[in-house]
Design a binder for this molecule. Structure first.
Ligand code: X2X
Length: 367
């Protein structure tokens, strides 16, 4: 009898795929991100969770929690929560991880990236790989790059076209010290604040301005309700990374690991293209429109674009902000050069912190 039972168990173990591993799987995996689900961050996350659930036949069920609620709003404390396993996955801005991973500050060096070609050269190049490799020595797997975007300044007081225009204005910045240094060099008055409190601060006029990417944050936030002026200065770039606790990832079967990694790469690219919609050379729009046409955006991109269509049915971020009454200033390269020169001390202080090797690799990538 015992023998027969053992044989039955063995047969079940070997014949039912995934049955052994399933015993170790959690019924739900948590994933944290910093903003509301109505932003492209949330769409990247839901898209990722959907395709993973679908391709693993429900074995891996990821649940996204927006607003950094799993960290009580403390957006710069996400990394330790993932490395210790308190949270399983994070879809997170590199700024929010930069207090623990100093290399991420590369992207906040002011006016370092000329355009999206330079960004992609670095993210997909030697420097990008060095940074991901570094992260993977710290207890997590990193699946690659999504994007919050080039961070632009808005305020309720005046148009900004020269560094002098910044003087005395109070700006909310993320709690990452390179931003304090940047805004101080411009004689502005930076205040660090978690995103969880930032919207209220804009509403109540506690600060005059803030900086965040156009499509990924400012449009879904409806920034025009608080600030009349926006300057496209592209001072800093804010990539997003998708990371998972190493022990959790190792608990998946090799087959499931492959599914998750592939889904992550697809979701990150989808989110990055959505974020660049109308801002790059047309690559993003072409990619997203094709996905909407065949339904493979799962409705996420379609629904998002519906929320900010112009009267002619197109989605042009700059024209859309103007249609909402904003004064848009686009810096010329000479105007940018003036900002770059004044903020040079940020480089002097931060290159050694980031690591000269990573900085130089990034310069080589951009050549
Ligand atoms: O807090 C911000 O400004 C945001 C939403 O862009 C980040 O998470 C870095």
């Amino acid at each position: 009898m015992v023998k027969k039972f053992l044989i039955l168990v063995l047969v079940l173990v070997f014949l039912v795929p995934g049955s052994v591993a399933l015993a170790d799987y959690k019924s739900e995996y948590s994933l944290t991100y910093n903003v509301s689900p109505a932003f492209p961050w949330g769409m990247g996350v839901e898209y990722f969770a959907d395709i993973v659930r679908d391709r693993t036949d429900g074995r891996i069920n990821i649940r996204g929690y927006g607003g950094s609620t799993l960290a009580a709003g403390q957006q710069t404390m996400i990394f330790p929560l993932v490395t210790t396993g308190a949270i399983d996955f994070a879809f997170e801005s590199t700024i929010n991880l930069s207090p623990q991973v100093r290399e991420f500050n590369l992207f906040s060096l002011p006016f370092f990236f000329e355009d999206y070609n330079a960004v992609d050269a670095v993210l997909n190049g030697e420097a990008g790989q060095m940074i991901l490799d570094k992260v993977e020595t710290m207890g997590v797997y990193a699946f690659g790059w999504g994007e919050n975007g080039f961070r632009e300044i808005t305020n309720s007081r005046r148009s900004i076209a020269t560094p002098q225009d910044m003087g005395g204005l109070k700006y909310r910045v993320v709690g990452s010290s390179i931003f304090i240094d940047l805004f101080r060099e411009l004689r502005a008055n930076p205040l660090t604040m978690n995103w969880a409190e930032a919207t209220t601060a804009f509403q109540q006029g506690v600060v005059d301005g803030q900086e965040n990417p156009t499509v990924c944050v400012l449009i879904p936030l409806r920034i025009w309700e608080f600030h009349e002026y926006i300057t496209l200065w592209g001072a800093t770039l804010d990539p997003i990374v998708l990371i998972v606790n190493e022990r959790i990832f190792n608990s998946f079967t090799p087959e499931d690991q492959e599914i998750v990694a592939e889904a992550a790469a697809e979701a990150l690219y989808f989110q990055k293209m959505l974020t660049r919609y109308g801002l790059d050379d047309g690559t993003a729009q072409e990619f997203i429109d094709a996905k909407i046409a065949d339904g493979s955006d799962l409705g996420y991109a379609k629904n998002f674009l519906e929320t900010w269509k112009l009267e002619d049915g197109t989605n042009d971020p700059i024209r859309f902000l103007e249609s909402q009454g904003m004064h848009v200033t686009v810096l010329t390269s000479e105007q940018k050069a003036a900002f770059r020169e004044i903020t040079q001390p940020v480089y002097n202080k931060w290159i050694s912190r980031i690591g000269l090797d990573v900085y130089e690799a990034a310069l080589r990538d951009m050549e």
